[in-house]
Every structure is written in C-alpha cells, then in structure tokens.
Design a protein around this ligand. Structure first.
Ligand code: NAP
Length: 397
C-alpha cells in the first residue's frame, strides 16, 4: 500500500491555508496544523481549528517567536507546507519563513518543503516594477535560503486566484462581477490564468509525494482557464444574457492613478499591471525546471471559468432598482456619497442601493474623462452632471 507523507500546514486558518488542510485530509494524509498563541481571541480561527480537529487533523502549538516550537512541530512530519500571508492589502509575512527554513534545517527530517508562493513565479519577475516587486523579491529570498540549506522543495505557481480576479472581471478593487459596466485594462487581450482556490489546494497536495515535482516548480495552468479579460467578460455576459457597457483604462492612466494610492494598494495594482497589461503569466514556456499540474494530474476535474462565474450568477441576486436606470443610479449615488472626495482605492456604499452599485474611484475617474467623442459637459450649461453634482432630475424639495 502507498504510504502517504505526514503533512504540516502553517498558516492553516488563512484564505488558502484552510483549503490546504481540507485537501490534505481529503487525500488521506495525516495532517498537522500549527496554531499560534498570537491568535489571541480570534474566535473564527479557534472555531476553524476545532473543525479541523473534528475532521481528523492534529493541532500543534507553535510560534514564529519560538524557534524551538517550530523545530518540534516540523519534526512530527515529512512534508511542510507554508501558507503565511503575502498580500499587502491583507498582510505580508513572507520573510518570517526564514525562521521556518532554519527550523527545517535543524530538524533535518523533512522530505519536502512548499513555501508560501501560490502566485506569479517570482523567478520570472526580475524586472518587476516598484513597489510590487517586494512580493517577488521576498519570495526569492526564501527560495535562496531553502536551496542554500539543501532542503528538498516544490514551488507552486498558482497564477490568479479565481476569487480575486474572476469575481471582479479582472478589475482591481472589485470582487463581485457587475451586471452593468466593466473597465477593460488596456486592450483587454493579454492572456492570464485563473485557478479556483480549492483546485490550487488539490494540486498542491497531489505534488507532495510525487517524485516528478521534487525540486521543481509546479505551474497550475488549466488549459480552458487561460483567457484574456475580454474573454472572461464574454463568459459572464453570456451567463447573464446581456452585454456590459465597457470603458478602457490605458496603461498610462492606470499607472498615473496607481501612484496616487497608498503603498499596499500600489503593490496589488503593480501585480495587476504585470498580469493584465504585460501578460507576465503566459509569456513564457515551462522549462525543465517546471511541471504543469493539469498534465501531471489529468484526473482532477478543475473548475472552469464558466463554473466559477455560475456561482456568482446563482448566489448574488439581481439588483432591483425599480425604474431607476443604471446611469441615473450612478448620478444619484455620486451625489449622495459626496463623490468629490472619494479617494483612490476607496469604495463607497450608496444608501438605498445594493453593494454591487458602490461608487469607486475608478467609476468617477471614468466619468471625469468624459465620453470619447468629445461630447463633454458644457460649463455652466447642459451635459452630464460632474461627480458629486446634484442630478438635474432630483426635485428641489
Ligand atoms: N495568486 C494570487 O492571486 C494570490 C492571491 C492571494 C494570495 N496569494 C498568495 O497565497 C499565499 C497565502 O496568502 P493568503 O491570502 O491565503 O494569506 P492570509 O489568509 O492573508 O494569511 C495566511 C496566514 O498567515 C499567517 N499570518 C498572518 N499574519 C501573521 C503573523 N503576524 N505572524 C505569523 N503568521 C501570520 C496566519 O496564520 P495562522 O493560520 O497561523 O493564523 C494566516 O492565517 C501568499 O503567498 C500569497 O502571496 C496569491
């Protein structure tokens, strides 16, 4: 009988980590989850840990502030998977893993380490822009430490998490697909790769005992999910039976607006830029240093973009705004939320309208640019209201 490695998941209550725990248990691995005293009174995490325990996981206490506890934890298992945070708008602790590398080196028993990567291959991002390159640089620092210590590894390049990218039709700052309008980034034709987060976990766990992925990068490239933004939008339009209004954001506009944002937002936007304007996920062939997940594991029925979109279609109700048109709703919303002071990166809910109709900086930016045919607002006269103006159809009383 095939002997399955014992797996320790670190960062197991995180967005990806909880899926890794589930997949490890589901694929029959004896699964250990590190829990940190620092979680304090985070009741959601405690409940999640209890549910892991009920599903058969072992809970091991440990902390990045206590090196001995890390060594003791990794000594219990064959494989260590780390999923600590690495998205600045949530939190970013990639370099904490240097302590884990030291612990794995000291313990000396670990057959494979999968560090927290799960995105763009950092080895392909030497020319990435500031400030977003910090993500890739930090991940490369961890890789170097792993390789210098002679620790066997697999790096997982999971490309775009579906929840972040498909949910917003590839628009930064949006994670629920609109039924009215979409901003197309550049020409919208650069191909990216979208992977359901549960599938990322399934493929990741499949690699842990697979000699074909030892000391290699696993690229997750489900063939039907390699699509441009325009193709993603078309799939959604087909599902809702309606064409969205479209505007485009040139690379110059995108970069100029990006520079007005705070540090964490800029990092995320830099990543969107490389993916959507430059096609950084698909502009290279996988070489000898890598393997492709759907080729190695054809038995995995991965989630297609259509299936992913379908959940939004079924689970989010159609916004009902009576006789209000979308344009009227936007004018009313921009006035109600005092749109003139909406900051870059901010999304403001509009009283009386569903969350999907929240006003974003991008909505206003688009309005300000005016229609491409030059039919802009006539100063002091007709034309569409400026963001924040009272719509002309609202009565004085
Ligand atoms: N490709 C993409 O589109 C994409 C999108 C998102 C993320 N990612 C990548 O996926 C990986 C995981 O990200 P995620 O979004 O799943 O992470 P997350 O949910 O933000 O955080 C994961 C875990 O990090 C640990 N953590 C957070 N702050 C910590 C601290 N101060 N000290 C120690 N541990 C701390 C926590 O572990 P505990 O469970 O112990 O509390 C937390 O559950 C990252 O490498 C990230 O770059 C990729």
């Amino acid at each position: 009988m095939e002997i399955k490695s014992k797996v320790l998941v670190i960062g197991g209550t995180g967005y990806l980590g909880k899926r890794l725990v589930k997949a490890s248990l589901g694929q029959g691995h004896e699964t250990y989850v590190l829990y940190r005293p620092e979680i304090g009174v985070d009741i959601d995490k405690v409940q999640m840990l209890l549910s892991f325990k009920e599903q058969g996981a072992h809970l091991v206490q440990g902390s990045f502030n206590d090196q001995r506890s890390l060594v003791d934890a990794v000594r219990l298992v064959d494989v260590v998977i780390c999923a600590v945070s690495g998205v600045h708008i949530r939190s970013h602790h990639i370099l904490l893993q240097l302590k884990l590398v030291d612990a794995i080196k000291e313990a000396g028993n670990v057959k494979r380490f999968l560090p927290s990567e799960f995105g763009t291959d950092p080895a392909k991002m030497e020319d990435a822009m500031e400030p977003g390159r910090v993500t890739f640089d930090d991940k490369m620092v961890v890789r170097k430490a792993i390789e210098d210590a002679g620790i066997p590894f697999t790096y997982v390049s999971a490309n775009c998490f579906a929840g972040y990218f498909l949910g917003g039709l590839c628009q930064p700052g949006h994670i629920i697909p609109s039924r009215e309008h979409v901003s197309i980034l550049g020409n919208g034709k650069e191909k990216a790769i979208y992977v359901d987060e549960d599938d990322i976990a399934t493929y990741t766990i499949k690699t842990v005992d697979d000699p074909r992925t030892l000391n290699k990068t696993l690229y997750i490239r489900p063939p039907n999910n390699i699509l441009s933004q325009r193709e993603v939008v078309q799939i959604w339009e087909k599902l809702i039976g309606k064409e969205l209004r479209k505007s485009t954001i040139s690379s110059e506009e995108f970069l100029a607006a990006m520079r007005e944002q705070n540090y964490a937002e800029q990092i995320g936007l830099t990543h969107y830029y490389h993916v959507c304007y430059e096609g950084c996920l698909t502009n290279f062939e996988i070489g000898d240093e890598g393997e492709e997940a759907s080729e190695l594991y054809p038995e995995v029925e991965y989630t297609t973009v259509e299936k992913n979109d379908n959940q939004y279609y079924r689970k989010f109700s159609v916004p009902v705004i009576g006789l209000f048109t979308f344009a009227a709703a936007m004018e009313w919303g921009a006035w109600k939320v005092q749109a003139n002071d909406v900051k870059p990166g901010e999304t403001r809910l509009v009283p009386g309208l569903p969350e999907e109709m929240a006003i974003t900086y991008w909505d206003l930016k688009r309005k300000k640019l005016g229609p491409p045919d030059g039919m802009g607002r006539i100063p002091g006269g007709g034309g569409p209201p400026e963001p924040g103006d009272k719509p002309p159809w609202v009565s004085e009383n």
